[in-house]
Write a new protein. Sequence first.
Length: 132
Amino acid sequence: MNTDPIADFLTRIRNASAAKLKMVEIPGSNVKRAMTQILFDQGYITDFKFEDDGKQGTIKIALKYNQSTKVPAITKLQRASRPGLRKYSGAAEMPRVLNGLGIAIVSTSKGVITGKQAKKANVGGEVLAYVY
């Protein structure tokens, strides 16, 4: 039993990236699907596929690497809010990751979106993770 599924999601991607794997398979959920879509839209992963097997399904993620240097596109994947210490941010105080080069993934009333999108929509929420 896993108590923090988002941390598990991030750890599986981080470990697969460190091991230079091309594909990683993760148990699915709605938040994980939204986070995967954000990683794809922002160019951190090559492709993804949702497979529904009745219960929760799985997410297959194709990791992205630099073709010449084989360096992963995701250099750091960090959990911001955790079950023991939730981190919330208003629209005005939305964190800038790596001076705007990275993204913050935020759970808002409009769904799971990036920090830049949350600031533009003028909504705050729980900061889930930082990616760069």
